[in-house]
Design a protein around this ligand. Structure first.
Ligand SMILES: Nc1ncnc2c1ncn2[C@@H]1O[C@H](COP(=O)(O)OP(=O)(O)O)[C@@H](O)[C@H]1O
Ligand SMILES: [Mg+2]
Length: 259
């Protein structure tokens, strides 16, 4: 059975995309068949994996509008052994175009059905909003959401709103939606603040925070401009080690054996 996780946090710049692609890259390196699904019109996950968003054959836009995903939309990166269902700028219109559609919140879930059992993991990267695209991401998150939280001032701000949205989706659309875990990102060990945020987030989400914390790392910020995940761009860097550890922690929690 495919495990489907959605990266969500309506705040921009907290590390959703960075976590989606680097976690995906390490899951793939650890032997998992992985599909990254980009539902952000900004298509950062798409370009971070070296794909030109202006030049894709088919994207999550068509998949969402038609509720169907031809296999030809999926781009396979041989070197990374990683698959991508890309986004495209046309996705920006989808929120409006879907408004009058029947079952509009279930479009992504339906569009991903052809991939059930084909992959071990599907990671969905959401836009920085709580609109219809993100709601589609939540409804499709069969095994839960991964919430990246930046270790900075006001880290918890907005998480109340996210929790409310998750509750609303539970009561109206998908009762079993769960939080798989909070991923702490951009940790700077030199500051007291980062340490405080880690404590605060652990108090707020007891038992739900991944032990692997992603440090602030310039290499992680550079990698997307080369179209590479950190596992290829700078595998010895601290950021790479962090995402590798996170991938192992996720696999262990999921009961997946690795060799
Ligand atoms: N651990 C990190 N260290 C340094 N820079 C990071 C780290 N994680 C993300 N970044 C950078 O911060 C910016 C926002 O990250 P991103 O993953 O795009 O956030 P989101 O998808 O939540 O908007 C990007 O420029 C990214 O390269
Ligand atoms: Mg993003």
């Amino acid at each position: 059975m495919t495990r489907i996780y959605t990266l969500v946090n309506q705040k921009g710049g907290v590390g959703k995309t960075t976590t989606a692609i680097n976690l995906a890259a390490y899951l793939a390196k650890l032997g998992q068949k992985v599909l990254v699904v980009d539902i952000d019109p900004q298509a950062n996950a798409t370009s971070s994996l070296g794909v030109d968003k202006h030049n894709v054959q088919g994207s999550t836009y068509e998949a969402l509008l038609n509720g169907d995903t031809p296999a030809s939309f999926v781009l396979y990166n041989e070197r990374l052994q990683l698959s991508l269902l890309p986004s495209s700028p046309s996705l920006a219109g989808a929120e409006i175009e879907l408004v009058d559609e029947l079952g509009r919140e279930f479009r992504l879930k339906k569009a991903l059905e052809p991939f059930d059992k084909k992959y071990d993991y599907i990671l969905i990267d959401c836009p920085p909003s709580l609109g219809l695209l993100t709601v589609n991401g939540l409804v499709a998150a069969r095994d839960g959401v991964l919430v990246p939280v930046q270790c900075e001032y006001l880290a918890l701000e907005g998480l109340g709103q996210l929790t409310q949205t998750i509750q609303r989706v539970r009561s109206a659309l998908f009762p079993d939606l769960r939080v798989r875990g909070v991923v702490l990102t951009m940790y700077d060990p030199r500051t007291n603040l980062a340490h405080d945020v880690v404590n605060e987030v652990n108090n707020h989400f007891p038992g739900q925070v991944f032990k692997s914390i992603v440090p602030r790392s310039i290499r992680l910020a550079e990698a997307p401009s080369y179209g590479l995940p950190i596992s290829s761009y700078s595998p010895a860097s601290v950021g790479a080690k962090a995402y590798e550890t996170l991938a192992k922690e996720l696999l262990k929690g999921d009961g997946v054996k690795i060799n």
